[in-house]
Write a protein that binds this ligand. Structure first.
Ligand code: COA
Length: 160
C-alpha cells in the first residue's frame, strides 16, 4: 500500500465518494456536484493551509481507492487537527484505512501535529470501530454541524 498527495487528478475519486450514499450515509448525505467540486478544491489546497490529504493506493492498484485527511478546525474553544477517512465501498473492510493511517503517521508528526481528534456520528459503526482499533480513545460526545445539519458525534482523540 502507498499514499499519494491528494492532487488535481483525484477529482473523479472525490466525485465518486461524495455521490455514494454508502460512503456519505453518516456524513450528512450525498453531496451535489457543486459541493463535491468545492470539497475537491479544498483538498487540493490542503498543503497551503498546513493540512494533509492523501490518496490511498492498495497493493496491485494503480489509482487511489479512498483518502485520508488531517485538517485544522475550531471545535468550540479548541483548535484541533481532525482525522477523516473515506474508502470506496468495494474496498472497505479490507484494512485499507487502518493500514493507511499508520503510513500517514510520520507525515502527521513531521507537520508538527501532536494530537489527532475525530468526530464520527455516534451511529457510524465502522468509523467508531476503526478509531478504537487504531488507538484512539473515546472522550465524549457533542453536536456538530455537517453541511448545515446538526449531528450527534462521538469525540475520539489520540496522541501522535
Ligand atoms: C470508516 C471507513 C473509512 C473505514 O475504512 P476501511 O478501510 O473499511 O476500514 P478497515 O478495513 O481498515 O477497518 C479497520 C477496523 O475498523 C473496523 N471496521 C471497519 N469497517 C467496519 C464495519 N463496517 N463494521 C464494524 N467494524 C468495522 C474493524 O474493527 C476493523 O478492524 P478488523 O479488520 O481487525 O476487524 C469506511 O468504512 C468508510 O469509508 N466509511 C464511509 C465514510 C465515513 O463514514 N468515514 C468516516 C468519517 S470521516
Amino acid at each position: 500500500m502507498r499514499l499519494v498527495p491528494y492532487a488535481e487528478d483525484h477529482r473523479d475519486l472525490t466525485l465518486a465518494l461524495e455521490s455514494d450514499p454508502r460512503v456519505m450515509g453518516h456524513l450528512g448525505g450525498v453531496s451535489t456536484p457543486e459541493v463535491a467540486e468545492r470539497v475537491h478544491r479544498w483538498r487540493v489546497e490542503a498543503p497551503a493551509r498546513g493540512d494533509l490529504f492523501v490518496g490511498v493506493v492498495p497493493d496491485g492498484a494503480t489509482a487511489p481507492v479512498g483518502l485520508l485527511g488531517v485538517w485544522r478546525s475550531e471545535i468550540g474553544d479548541d483548535t484541533v487537527y481532525e482525522l477523516g477517512a473515506m474508502i470506496l465501498p468495494d474496498f472497505q473492510a479490507q484494512g485499507v484505512a487502518s493500514g493507511a493511517f499508520y503510513l500517514l503517521l510520520p507525515q502527521v508528526r513531521a507537520a508538527g501535529i501532536t494530537r489527532l481528534d475525530s468526530f464520527p456520528g455516534v451511529d457510524n459503526v465502522a468509523s467508531n470501530a476503526i478509531l478504537q482499533r487504531i488507538g484512539f480513545v473515546r472522550v465524549g460526545e457533542r453536536d456538530l454541524d455537517y453541511e448545515g445539519r446538526s449531528l450527534r458525534c462521538a469525540h475520539w482523540t489520540r496522541d501522535v
